[in-house]
Design a protein around this ligand. Structure first.
Ligand code: GDP
Length: 366
């Protein structure tokens, strides 16, 4: 039988084992657009199915790019740079040229200096030992920056294939859908969803008669909130609209809770503005430090939510870390959730996040 690929996620279609990747009932093969059962359910019922594929398998699939010449487009989520940056990219793509694309700029406040952000991304890449041809900032949902990027890709690819790589949830499917719309006018050819790991196989979009844009499987980042919270909570955490920074004037010995998922204690320092960049729908709660532990114990899953009551058990315990900040505006980043910007002048904070989800410090982004 000729190999058929799912029009949703690009996985090879099979009709034998309903529990394995790419299954579709034989009767569906006659359809013009064949979808695997997983994409079919997602498309028609908005329902995700777990399929088993190991991280190693993922890695092998993506690493096959190494031996093929082409331009690599590394898509990252600007709201979660740390979590979406693929540290092992040089190893995965070999000597192929890379351009870095920061997606979801529509989420950042309008006042954000995009040029500064672009420079900052270049320095992050440099630190990671990644040699880049160029850096772009786009919104694949709103279309910002897409035209410029498309033109650059056309130029940089020098008539070779284009490989789009990224971790899950960066908006890779949305991005490719946009590219398809621009080139051939077909909408929603690929599954997009709130769930990481949606893009399972390679999908090829013709660029001209013999070269393609190739969507690679999303590399799973296990250190994501998405793996610990319910679908409903994930919708609340993933910002959909421009983030409205929420500002709290805090004195020392005060605490902020971000739902029940993370927390920052202002231990020591002069009164300061804590500017919070999180999904507008994530509730932030201020309290006195001395009451914080008790509040959490009694109200996580209710007042301090997400997580909702049913998924608390799934969430690893919060782990504490102490940061002593010296000088200069600093972001305390809760990977994948958001960040808090502080003056950073001689202050000490304790931060809490679920075990395994990193909290990092960076020079203020905005
Ligand atoms: P994939 O796993 O990388 O293929 O990611 P998807 O394309 O499925 O997108 C993951 C989530 O990010 C979905 O909820 C998308 O709606 C959202 N998303 C994708 N691109 C953008 C963007 O440019 N802006 C915003 N605000 N959200 C985006």
């Amino acid at each position: 039988m000729e190999e058929i690929y799912c029009q949703g996620c690009g996985v090879a279609i099979q009709t034998l084992d309903p529990n394995k990747m790419g299954f579709t009932p034989a009767s569906s093969l006659k359809n013009e657009d064949v979808l695997c059962k997983r994409c079919f359910r997602l498309k028609h019922y908005n329902e995700i199915q777990d399929v088993s594929i190991s991280d190693d398998q993922f890695f092998d699939m993506v690493a096959s790019i190494q031996n093929k010449a082409g331009l690599v487009v590394h898509l990252i989520d600007i709201f979660d740079v740390n979590g979406s940056f693929i540290q092992s990219l040089p190893r995965i793509v070999g000597n192929n040229p890379i351009i870095l694309v920061g997606n979801k700029v529509d989420l950042l406040p309008k006042s954000t200096n995009l040029q500064k952000l672009n420079q900052w991304l270049r320095s992050v890449a440099k630190e990671a030992g990644l040699k880049l041809l160029d850096v772009f900032l786009i919104s694949s949902i709103k279309g910002h920056g897409m035209e410029e990027l498309t033109e650059a890709i056309e130029q940089y690819r020098a008539e070779q294939n284009v490989y789009v790589v990224g971790t899950t949830n960066v908006g890779k499917s949305t991005f490719i859908n946009q590219m398809i719309k621009q080139s051939v006018g077909v909408q929603d050819a690929i599954t997009t969803s709130y769930f990481p790991g949606t893009t399972l196989g390679f999908i090829k979009i013709p660029l001209d008669h013999d070269t393609y844009m190739i969507d690679t499987p999303g590399i799973v980042n296990r250190r994501q909130f998405a793996h610990f919270v319910s679908p409903r909570d994930l919708k609340m955490i993933n910002p959909k609209k421009e983030i409205k920074p929420r500002v709290y004037q805090l004195n020392e010995k005060q605490t902020l809770f971000f739902g029940g998922l993370a927390r920052i204690d202002f231990l020591k320092g002069d009164k300061d503005s804590f500017i919070c960049y999180f999904s507008n729908e994530l509730p932030i709660h201020r309290t006195k430090l001395e009451k914080a532990d008790e509040l959490y114990a009694n109200h996580v899953g209710e007042m301090l939510s997400p997580p909702d009551k049913d998924t608390i058990a799934q969430l690893p315990d919060l782990e504490k870390q102490t940061f002593k900040l010296k000088s200069g505006k600093t972001d305390v980043v809760f990977s994948g959730l958001g960040w808090v910007s502080v003056s950073g002048d001689n202050m000490t904070v304790n931060v809490y996040s679920p075990k395994g989800i990193p909290v990092t410090i960076r020079k203020a982004l905005i």
